[in-house]
Write a protein that binds this ligand. Sequence first.
Ligand SMILES: Cc1cc2nc3c(=O)[nH]c(=O)nc-3n(C[C@H](O)[C@H](O)[C@H](O)COP(=O)(O)OP(=O)(O)OC[C@H]3O[C@@H](n4cnc5c(N)ncnc54)[C@H](O)[C@@H]3O)c2cc1C
Length: 643
Amino acid sequence: MTQNFKPSIDINVLYRIRNGPLKDYQSDIDEFQKLIADNRIKYNEMFDVDMKTQKRLTNDTVKEICKLGKMQVQLLKDDPKKMLAYLYALFAQIEFSAIAKIVIHFQLFGGTILEVGTDYHHQKYFNDINNFNIVGGFAMTEMGHGSNVRQIETTSTYDLTTKEFVINSPSLSSTKFWIGNVSMFGTHVVLFTKLIFQGQDKGVHVIIVPLRDPVTMEVYKGIQLGDCGHKVGWNGIDNAWIRFTNYRVPRENLLNRFATITEDGQYLTNISSPNKLFQITISQLVFGRLLYIFGPTIFLAIGLKTAIRYAFSRRQFGEKGKPEELIIDYPTHNRVLLPMLATNMVFEFSRNWIIDNLQESSRSDEKREEYHSIVSGVKAMVCEFTIQSVSKLRVFCGGNGVSSYNYFGAMRNDLDVFQTAEGDGAVLYQQLSKFLLSEYKKWYKKQGMTGYIMKEVQTFLTTSNPIHTHYRSMPYLLSNEFHHHAFLFRFEKTRSIVIDHLNQCKGKGLSFLQSWNASLIQVVDLAKTYTHLFILENAQRTIQKVTDPITRHVLNDIVRLYALYNIEQDVGFYRNWNYLSSGKALAISEAVGELCNTLKPYALSILDSHKFHEDSLNIPLAKKDLDYVKHMADRVGIPYSSL
Ligand SMILES: Cc1cc2nc3c(=O)[nH]c(=O)nc-3n(C[C@H](O)[C@H](O)[C@H](O)COP(=O)(O)OP(=O)(O)OC[C@H]3O[C@@H](n4cnc5c(N)ncnc54)[C@H](O)[C@@H]3O)c2cc1C
């Protein structure tokens, strides 16, 4: 069936759309990739390497990267897109643990000093961070608390006489745990700790804590630390547990942009409460969450390239006397691979929006809150989708998917860590839902009962209108209007369901927290439906700006496929709430199949519109010439020159 699958779209145009925010940084990406190659910094394959050696190799790679002088903490504020361009350049060129180590050192450690510290800290630490003379970690999580950071137990008690903080780990559960970059190489951490001032708990603050002598690497007295052991992924990172016993650091080590202790011993802050202070501190670190969207979309693009190129070259079964079928032609294959490709591309458009709005989001508290909430929803959705997808991709490559040389195992393990990093989906979706409900409350206050009733009537009319629920002409099913209407309906309906549920719980005498927890399934659904709506709206807006007609045509089909596949996956919801008749639901499934067939011939050129240094990975199934037999033979050493 699939005979002509030569590229027919301009991959450079598509590349610029997929990487919109970084398009002005192409020369930086190219230059950095060339520098890395010229300096022989390589991807370390860690297949048979012991844990300690992995960590050493990863640390050496990061040291070499830092020597190139491009990575600078200040970029996070002055030119965050340039920082992202450099990180983009690193993907597939060095092992993921090394990228994670760079992110922990520059963004989590350096970025916290940048955002929560003041000029004194910037002057004192930035040079050493940029040169990797000191190695930084981010010490927030404890054995007892991860998602709920406000309840951490580590204490830093201010000693007025010596002007020092005295740091203690008062219980086993207060042991800092999972702290990256620390068990073998870390010299400093930014420590999240309760600040005790004159007997009063002032809430969570951040203090720079030196751990080791950077020259001898000896751990300072008053600190105990060790490795967290073998992990399913990120084994190049030296994650540590840390305990403190009356360990002292000077007053100046408090990152004091939002709260300070003066030389004459006064605690000062303009922030109204410890809770607010915590929120403001954490919201400065949103760049990290963005990276947990950036990384998975790139991983999945690499996985898709591998599985789709393989599907266009692997043949199994066929009619007698004829070539066997390409596996891409099996609907069980293309009906999953193409929606996955489409979904990853619309995720990329949302990622691009998030990058483009990063600086703008810090202009006001309202903007920051909205941005933070959206990023939380998108991060949760992207991480969940990519890990599930990579597992499917490995199966789509059959036994060859099991070979470590095709990287599904490493990708799956590394992606797995992303899912809970900075919070699991269940926690992040709640942050978004809280924001959505408080926005709705504001709207409700403005519109009053009349506005509310109008909205409910609108929803009722939609579901009770037989034309709407049955209408299934193909142009209508493919239209932006239908997709948007369906996504908006799902979001608004879910919002009513959540509000009803919360009210019912309240009516039964439950407290707010009890009601909220009893409604969690609906609350999480609310965030998911909004995230899908956001992703769709953003994708539709992105395409409106595309001028090249063929690219626009293909991208339109990509977004249609994402939308219809998504509706198809959620058909139970739409049927339960009478939004779709069974005939219309079946027509949607047919449309999904047709879109997969339409897009199949473009799939290979879409894959080419990414510019990773995939040769560093040397993935046999992902080679452009589609000769997987030869490349697998080369990888495992089968002699064939005489054949
Ligand atoms: C490899 C690795 C590296 C790491 N590096 C660092 C680091 O450098 N620095 C650092 O500080 N931390 C680090 N961490 C810790 C990481 O940030 C935490 O694991 C993460 O924040 C989740 O916290 P937790 O593990 O305590 O999970 P928990 O909060 O205990 O969550 C466990 C489960 O309960 C669910 N849950 C929790 N609360 C709720 C709720 N209210 N409603 C519904 N469900 C809920 C979660 O969704 C999750 O499924 C690292 C972790 C790993 C694995």
